[in-house]
Design a protein around this ligand. Structure first.
Ligand SMILES: Nc1ncnc2c1ncn2[C@@H]1O[C@H](COP(=O)(O)OP(=O)(O)O)[C@@H](O)[C@H]1O
Ligand SMILES: CC(C)(COP(=O)(O)O)[C@@H](O)C(=O)NCCC(=O)O
Length: 349
């Protein structure tokens, strides 16, 4: 049960560059509740919205989907991700009905002009490095696939569209990995456009955290999913203007729904450093790991390096590029210092 009416957030906090407190984080005297495109819900209010949606995952399954350092248990899935799975199921149905209406309107004019049945529903998942986007995306994939209306859910991470290391070197972008310009944005947008257009088979390059580069010759093949989840730092970035100054179609224009995973930069930094410490004891031990050198030095030295990576690459990217896109998301999921979701802002207009 919702115990108090959900609050609206200020309109400008959602459309301007958002401050560190999220869409509702403006001083009270500037609030204009009714005009806001967002409704703010506490975790308890949101959790009540799952209604009778059954919990289809076991604790073991959740454990397997959980990223290193992330804290997600069955309570978190029940309270936060089941209501989201229910909302998305409603969105998929409503979007499909709307497309049917549009096809009827277009009639013959739509034939051969893109009006079609079975267009996949596309969800974007955005947020900082180390905020836990991949766990959110994997959980959504597992939960959404349990609905009989849309069992085929594919997940794609945008790292496959990073330029290979050689190309980053050529462009002078090795210290800008994860910044918008380090991706082949045109290829990424084309990839999602092709899936949305209903192509039978669409291929993407594959990135490996182990070698810190694109894997030569490896490909991800996506075949007509019911739902496509696109997860990555920059998925909500607006399109670059064309050379003629005209607006182009960008990746986010293909999204039917988007989630921004939000947290305080200080918390994310701590999660990033803790994860680096854990990776040093696990994945970095692999002889092929690009980061193996950090297993050969003291933990203090390794963490100094991680701190530099955070301060010079990931934090500036978060502040300059990623966080400003938060106000474009359909849903902002705000995590507290312990990774647990504390509040949610859902776009209502
Ligand atoms: N250097 C690395 N070696 C191995 N795995 C990594 C490395 N860096 C990140 N990962 C893993 O890659 C995934 C994506 O990480 P990241 O892009 O930071 O997004 P997020 O933490 O928001 O999911 C996570 O599961 C993380 O544990
Ligand atoms: C691969 C990434 C650029 C993010 O990928 P994406 O969100 O596009 O899937 C990022 O996780 C990363 O490795 N950044 C480089 C700096 C660092 O290792 O912290």
């Amino acid at each position: 049960m919702i115990t108090s009416p959900p609050r609206s957030s200020t309109p400008d906090s959602a459309t301007e560059r958002p401050g560190p407190d999220g869409p509702s984080g403006r001083p009270a005297h500037r609030r204009a509740p009714d005009a806001s495109p967002y409704v703010d819900l506490t975790r308890a209010e949101w959790s009540a919205l799952r209604e009778r949606t059954p919990l289809p995952l076991t604790a073991d399954e959740v454990e397997r989907l959980r990223g290193l350092g992330d804290v997600i248990d069955l309570d978190e899935v029940r309270d936060v991700y089941l209501p989201l799975s229910r909302l998305l199921n409603l969105y998929v149905g409503a979007t499909s009905n709307l497309r049917g209406t549009l096809n009827t309107f277009l009639g013959d004019a739509g034939n051969g002009h893109g009006a079609q049945q079975g267009t996949p529903f596309v969800i974007g998942v955005a947020g900082s490095v180390a905020v836990g986007k991949s766990t959110v995306a994997r959980l959504l994939q597992a939960l959404l696939a349990r609905w009989p209306e849309h069992p085929r859910v594919e997940l794609v991470t945008t790292d496959g569209f990073l330029y290979p290391m050689k190309e980053l070197q050529r462009r002078g972008l090795t210290s800008r990995k994860g910044f918008p310009e380090s991706y082949d944005r045109r290829a990424l947008t084309r990839f999602v456009a092709d899936i949305k257009a209903g192509k039978d088979e669409v291929r993407a390059p594959v990135y490996s955290h182990l070698i810190y580069d694109i894997v030569p010759g490896e490909e991800l093949v996506v075949r007509r999913p019911d739902i496509l989840i696109v997860e990555g730092l920059n998925v909500l970035q607006p399109a670059l203007p064309g050379k003629d100054g005209r607006t182009r179609v960008g990746l986010a224009d293909y999204f039917d729904f988007s989630v921004y995973v939000d947290a305080r930069p200080e918390d994310i930094e701590r999660w990033y450093l803790n994860r680096f410490r854990k990776l040093r004891e696990t994945a970095f031990q692999n002889p092929f790991s690009y980061f193996r050198k950090y297993t050969q030095v003291s933990e203090e030295e390794a963490l100094e390096y991680a701190q530099t990576m955070w301060r010079t690459i990931n934090k500036p990217n978060l502040l300059e590029n990623v966080a400003p896109t938060r106000g474009r998301a359909t849903l902002v999921v705000r995590k507290g210092p312990d990774h647990k979701v504390q509040k949610l802002s859902l776009r209502k207009l």
